[in-house]
Design a protein around this ligand. Sequence first.
Ligand code: PL4
Length: 417
Amino acid sequence: MLARNRALANLKAGYLFPEIAKRRRDFLSKHPEAKIISLGIGNTTEPITPHIDEGLVQGARRLATKEGYTGYGDEQGMTALREKIAQVFYNSLKDCRQISADEVFISDGAKCDIGRLQLLFGASVPVAVQDPSYPVYVDGSVLIGAAGPWNGTGYEKIQYLPCTAENNYFPDLNRLPTNGLVYFCSPNNPTGAVATKDQLTALVQAVKQTGSILMFDAAYAEYIRSPDLPKSIFQIPGADTCAIEVNSFSKPIGFTGVRLGWTVVPKTLVYEGGESVNADWNRICTTVFNGASNIAQYGGLAALDSEGLKEMRQLTDYYLENARLIRHTLQNLGITCVGGDNAPYIWAQFPGKTSWDVFETILETCWVVTTPGSGFGPAGESFIRFSAFGHREELQKPASGLNGWHSRPSFDIVPPF
Ligand code: PL4
């Protein structure tokens, strides 16, 4: 009988987000009367805005005409969309390295790209991640064999880079691996921290000095409101010779279900032997990916004209206002938290408790689903992530306290939160 892929056996328990969904279902089966508020999985809740929706509708209508019908498209995406992404998200940014359309690869989302990008580097690459971080970086590394089994505190061979209150959620760059792959996410999921230009400059220099490649996840860049904070790694000098950027339409325009993202692989990025990473990524995309949905790409094009960009701004403003309300509520309860000003996540600390215990308490007493910080890495223990993706009316009953989020006992009767 065929043996199981050993890498799969190395994965600890289930993937974080289905586990949260399961606990929510279990709670509801015991308490069908509960009106759950979901601030757990970072899943958008507001409708797709009218102009962008019209882009999708027109894209679908075209397919019903002889002139407009298209079947398989280019695996790399529509040229018009690649050009528009380069122009809107990079070439119009202050100090950004100019990006050409053939450095932009359209995809069905950042998560899928992160999985496929690991094929570029294989099983023998040393991997470093911010701790805490989006679980796909680590779980994907385990799947490809670049990480060993769980040893009780972390996966073997993964270099965890703690990001804590003590280092202001920016890691010690002396701990980067040599000739390795370094995952970095800013605005950060889950802490909400956004790296400054100086911090990213130091990161790029350290990555270059160690001969590594930086995998920069900018999925939340459109939540940045402070004008001095970089939205792309390509605003940092030298990044075009050491970095790849993944990004997504999920969070800025609610395409979590529609599925559309992109990756920028500069043509100036080469391996040790001088071979082009862009050419290899093109080879991988054309081999194991068949292109993003053409309807989704028409929606993406609509999102990048002036009306679409206005809607993107309004939608991200909406979730940022949710974040402000959540953070205000938590702070009024005396809970220490960060994030939420340039990111849709609030990172709240519950000293002396385990994340899963706090998760259960909040669920049972407040009917609020959150995400336990320990699910993002060892340094996330005793933290809870609150997502700002939710309906405003649920957060505003009243906005003065978590006891307004439901009709049952509340946080403030569960000391010592
Ligand atoms: C739940 C840093 C959320 N089932 O939608 P995509 O694939 O373009 O983007 C996924 C993604 C990429 N990079 C970062 C992210 O935070 C996310 C989405 N993360 C979360 O709650 O942390 C959704 C998670 C989804 C998943 O597993 O991604």
